[in-house]
Design a protein around this ligand. Structure first.
Ligand SMILES: [Fe+2]
Length: 385
């Protein structure tokens, strides 16, 4: 998160004595990324956060790759992913490269018996269906339809769902996920031409502090293995923190679209960036207003990036036979564009209600066995007249 946040109680100066009412010291932890160069947070705990009692299990959750190298466009029917009770087991990686994983999940139940920590990657969780609360050791965030939840690597969390009907589109990123640099000034403030500003980014306001000892299971993901670690104190025992590294939420409905007289390129939809991929939000907007404009996109040859579109809601003007929950994968190396008839069909339209999330990766994505279970193998022929 590119701006400062403070929650709970902290001492006036960092790395100084901060005592509990009984006179003992709170345990300070610097929680940062990229060595000591990235964003960090200074947190104060009831107990030392280092008290490991046992490492009970280690098992791989690495996805099985079905197609390592390919040049085929795919459509994946995301809502065909079966709902599962457990949050972690419900997460199905469908596309992956060495920088990121694209995951679909339909969890039915809240995480009750364990906490989760991903040390491999930042997680960007897009809520397609469901409401609830993301509970973390750095505070809680309520979520609903359309929210992006950005959980930096290392944050210990649980997901509380209000109902069993939940659909999530998740991107795990080995590189930190930031807001686009071109929208920030040299102090980090979002500029006037940014499609969102700090007021749209929701910071945790509710801090859970549990001063408890016992057996607390944290499932820690590291190098695609889960380690089941038992800690001696409750992971949510922070009394206060400040800094820049904490989870936050941003609603896709708060993204203000940038429009023009002629078709605007995908970067105007950009919402997040990393060194290895971008995330864009396609939201309801007015179409291009040049008298001869063509609202449908032109064919384009993304020769060196893979394009993943996750369709959320509304009409998808440039595609035939695409529904909510579908993913289209247009791989690097070949052009793609509107389906037959879509270009003519778009002329004269003044607005769109489409809602979609796009992930463009700079390295090719591999297709997993989970993806092939929900894949339309003939999608690549759908541009034929
Ligand atoms: Fe495209």
């Amino acid at each position: 998160m590119p701006f400062y946040h403070k929650l709970g109680n902290i001492p006036p100066k960092r790395h100084t004595q901060f005592r509990k009412p009984d006179g003992s010291l709170y345990a300070e932890q610097l929680f940062g990324t990229i060595g000591f160069d990235g964003m960090s947070t200074n947190s104060y705990h009831e107990h030392r956060p280092t008290q490991v009692k046992a490492i009970k299990k280690q098992y791989s959750v690495a996805p099985k790759i079905a197609k390592k190298n390919h040049i085929q466009s795919y459509r994946l029917k995301g809502f065909q992913v079966k709902p599962e009770n457990d949050y972690l087991e419900s997460r199905k990686t469908v596309l992956i490269n060495s920088d990121c994983s694209i995951i679909l999940a339909a969890p039915k139940q809240s995480t009750k018996d364990y906490f989760y920590k991903n040390t491999d990657a930042d997680e960007l969780i897009f809520v397609h269906k469901g409401t609830g609360k993301l509970r973390t050791h750095l505070g809680n965030l309520d979520f609903k339809y359309g929210d992006y939840l950005l959980v930096p690597r290392g944050v210990i969390y649980k997901m509380d769902f209000d109902t069993e009907d939940n659909r999530l589109f998740i991107v795990e990123s080995k590189r930190p996920i930031y807001t686009p640099k071109r929208y920030r000034n040299w102090f980090g403030q979002l500029l006037e031409h940014s499609p969102f500003c700090e007021r749209d980014l929701r910071q945790p306001q509710e801090l859970e502090t549990h001063n408890q000892k016992g057996d607390f299971l944290i499932k820690v993901k590291k190098q695609d293995d889960i380690f089941e670690m038992v800690y001696a104190t409750h992971p949510f025992d922070v009394v206060g923190y400040d800094g820049y590294n904490y989870p936050y939420a941003f609603s896709i409905h708060d993204f203000e679209p940038i429009t023009g007289r002629i078709h605007q390129p995908p970067p105007v939809h950009q919402t997040f960036e990393t060194d290895a991929f971008v995330v864009c939000s396609f939201v309801p907007r007015l179409y291009d207003y040049h008298p001869d404009s063509i609202p449908a996109p032109y064919n384009h040859s993304n020769i060196d990036s893979d394009e993943v579109l996750y369709y959320v809601d509304g009409d998808f003007m440039s595609r035939n036979d695409i529904d909510a929950g579908h993913i289209s994968l247009h791989p690097a190396g070949i052009p793609h564009g509107p389906h037959p008839g879509a270009t003519e069909r778009s002329i004269g339209k003044v607005k769109t209600n489409e809602l979609a999330v796009m992930v463009d990766t700079f390295k090719p994505l591999m297709v997993t066995e989970e993806a092939l279970k929900i894949a339309d193998e003939d999608y690549f022929k759908s541009w034929l007249e």
